[in-house]
Design a protein around this ligand. Structure first.
Ligand code: ATP
Length: 240
């Protein structure tokens, strides 16, 4: 369970997130959509304890991230696939992660299999990985501790259609076993293929929220909705 309650985050004069609330229940993939600078990453950073909310709360599994008993194992995160050290091999990165979490080395092989990276690929340096391979490695890293919640910032970035389909299968399997997923993107079509529900934000405020079925049932074209609502959002008066 992910609960964002009246979350506001300011950076000096910049109101990055402006009083947003939503929840994501187990069994659901929630697509978190918004144009560049809308506040998606900031919300996720507040959720996983990398940024302190100015007001409001962001909790996961009913706790603030830092109050979880084993946050790195309970919550899998991929906030920046480019943060993976380019000079290390995928295998080294995952092995180090497994050691930190006190997991057996066999878990590394398991997550590599889960994300479809071969043993040979895992021994290559990350600098030589394609963007799609980096995303897979980032997801493997997020899955290491067998978390029940995944927080993924732009995981579909750079994936080709087959990669999107693969991610959909992986995340569907994850939520079918009771997992909860929050994933951000500014690419509506990619998220539409993966998510059960959507939260759209523009300039830090929620402009649309609902299940994919609900949003589509309104008869609106989602892309049109996204562009119109995020373009017309202002800090003074957001659409709800
Ligand atoms: N550490 C920071 N210091 C100052 N301003 C910041 C900081 N982090 C984010 N911001 C600002 O907060 C706003 C929201 O940024 P954020 O990165 O959360 O957006 P985003 O929706 O993730 O965008 P993108 O799709 O481009 O990644 C932007 O105006 C950004 O410049």
């Amino acid at each position: 369970m992910i609960t964002i309650q009246n979350l506001t985050k300011r950076y000096g004069d910049v109101l990055a997130v402006d009083d947003i609330s939503f929840t994501v229940s187990p069994g659901n993939v929630c697509g978190f959509l918004g144009p560049n600078g809308a506040g998606k990453s900031t919300t996720m950073r507040c959720l996983v304890g990398l940024a302190e909310p100015t007001s409001g709360t962001a909790t996961v599994l009913d706790h603030r991230y830092h109050d979880l008993t084993s946050p790195a194992a309970q919550v899998g995160t991929m906030l920046d696939a480019s943060a993976l050290h380019p000079g290390r091999t995928g295998l080294e990165i995952l092995t180090q992660g497994a050691i930190v979490l006190g997991l057996p080395r066999t878990r590394v092989r398991e997550v590599l299999d889960l994300v479809g990276l071969t043993a040979k690929e895992s021994k290559r340096r990350v600098a030589k990985y394609s963007l799609g391979m980096r995303q897979r490695l980032g997801i493997a890293h997020a899955l290491l501790g067998s978390p029940s919640v995944l927080v993924l910032d732009e995981p579909a970035n750079g994936l080709d259609p087959a990669g999107i389909r693969w991610m959909r299968g992986l995340l569907r399997d994850f939520v079918s076993r009771g997992g909860t997923v929050l994933l951000s993107s500014h690419l509506l079509h990619e998220v539409q293929q993966i998510a059960d529900e959507l939260v759209m934000i523009g300039q830090g405020r929620i402009v649309a929220h609902g299940t994919l079925a609900e949003l589509l049932a309104s008869g609106d074209d989602l892309e049109e909705m996204f562009i119109t609502r995020t373009a017309s959002t202002s800090r003074e008066g957001a659409l709800s």
